[in-house]
Design a protein around this ligand. Sequence first.
Ligand code: ZN
Length: 171
Amino acid sequence: MSKRLYPHRRVKYWYVYDIEDICALYYDLGLHPQTVRTWIKNGLKTIDQSRPTLIYGNDLIKYIKAQNMKGKCKLEFDQFLCLKCKDARPVFQNKTVLNQENKMLKARAHCRTCKTTMFKSYKMSVYQDIRKTFRVVDVLELYDCDTPPSKTHLEASKISPLNESGQGSLF
Ligand SMILES: [Zn+2]
């Protein structure tokens, strides 16, 4: 993994960027489209699922800031990065909300110090550890991770309650 830092000040927060635009911003740093796709996989928010992939400058700034800070402070499993405190923080009331996205678990929690909302991505494989560490208050869109990424979240959420009720009728 490259430790390269991308200065977020080049991004205008009211602009909308596609992947090529972002690469052009950091042309001198050799930013590759594949790297931007990895950012998206790791949690960089896109406007929607359609092509071309578009990203709000605002979201890009947030992501780059978080990435640049991650290099500077080490997070324990039960800590999140608080963008307001600019440091690793434990979770308020030990509560987290999970949301599955692109085969990652996106956890949302509040900073114990300043109550700011914080985000962190975990691998699917640590799901049980998350349950042991935090009080998971809600799990959204947690469906079979073999579901092809081409399926929309809507389709997936339609499928899972059906499966559950189908199982329930067996007993
Ligand atoms: Zn904080």
